[in-house]
Ligand binder design. Sequence first.
Ligand code: PSV
Ligand code: MN
Length: 384
Amino acid sequence: MTRQVRQALRAQRIETPSWAYGNSGTRFKVFAQQGVPRSPWEKLEDSAQVHRFTGVAPSVALHIPWDRVDDYAALAGHAQALGVRVGAINSNVFQDDDFMLGSVTHPSATVRAKAVAHLLECVDIMDATGSDTLKLWFSDGLNYPGQDDLRARQDRLAEALRTVYDRLGERQRFLLEYKLFEPAFYATDVPDWGTAYAHCVELGAKAQVVVDTGHHAPGTNIEFIVAFLLRQGKLGGFDFNSRFYADDDLMVGAADPFQLFRIMSEVASGGGLDGGVAFMLDQCHNIEPKIPGQIRSVMNVQEATAKALLIDRDALRKAQVEGDVLGANAVVMDAYNTDVRPLLAELRQEMGLDPDPMAAYARSGYAEKIRAERVGGAQAGWGA
Ligand code: PSV
Ligand code: MN
C-alpha cells in the first residue's frame, strides 16, 4: 500500500448514528436487547466505543426529537469528554400526528409552519452543539392520485427549504435526502436525486444532496449518481446501509460489497475523499448486537475504500484510451479482489489500535458492563 493510500485511509472519517444504538425492528416487532442506552448520553457513550476500536468514527449524528435534551451544550461537552463530537443533526417531521398528510408540503399553512419551526429548532441545536450539518429527510408524499397537487407541493417545499437555508450560519450546510417511496406509496415529494439536486442548485452552495444507499429502485446505478453529484460539487454525503428489497437499513457492505466498492471508486476518483463528503451510517441493528454492528459497518466502509484506492488509475486510463475493454475491467476487478484486511490491520497497528476491532471490543468487557449497569429506565428506540 502506498503512502498516499495509507494517508487517505487514516484521514477518512465515518459517522455513526445515535439511533443505531437504540432498539429497532420492523413494523412486526421491535426486539429489545440488554444493555441498550436509555438516553442520548448513553448513546454517545456507545458511539465512543466504536471510535475507540476503529479510530475513524469520531462523530455521532443526532436525531431530533429522539435525542432531545434540556442542555445541548452539555451534551456536546459529554461527547467531547468521551473523545467524540456531535455530527449531523437529523430533523424529524414524520412522527407527529399533524404530519399525516405531509410536513413542509402539507396543504395547511399552519402545519407547514409547525414543520419549518422544527427545522429551525434543529439549526438552533446545531449552534448549541457545534454541528455543521443539518440532514433533511421528508416523508411527504401521496398515497392516491388526486390526493393533493404535485406542483403546489414542490412550491411549498421550495419555500420551506429557502427559509431554513437563510437561517444557516457561515459554516453550516444542509443535506437534502431523497427516497424513492415509503411511507408514501403513490408519489413522494423528494423521490430522487434529480429533485433533491434541483432544489439544492436553486438554493446555493450550502445546500447539498445526501445519498442514502437504501433509497433507490433495484438495479439503480448509484455510482453514476455519485459521480454526477461530485462533478457538480453537490454530493454532501452518504447515509450508508444495505438493502435487499427496500429501505432495509442493514449493515453497509453486507448485501452488495461490490456496489459499495464501485461507489467508493467514484468517490475516490472524483475527489470525494478530500473532505466535504460526509460518510455517515444510517442503519438499524434489529437482531444483531448494536456496537459490534457499527464496528463491522465502519470496517466494511474502510475495506471498500481501501480497494477503491488500490485501483491502478494509470493502467486503467491507458486501457480506456486504448479501448481495451477487458483490460480496463480487469484493472478494476484486480483491486476489488485484493484482500485488504491485512493492510488495514497493519494500518490500525500503526495508529496504535488493535488490528482486529471486533475481537478487541469483545474482549473489552464493555458489553457485559452495560448489560449489568443499564437496568431499569426506558430503553431508547424509535420515538425515544
Ligand atoms: C429515512 O428512511 C431515513 O433514511 C432518514 O435518513 C431518516 O432520518 C432515517 O432514515 C432514520 O429514520
Ligand atoms: Mn437516511
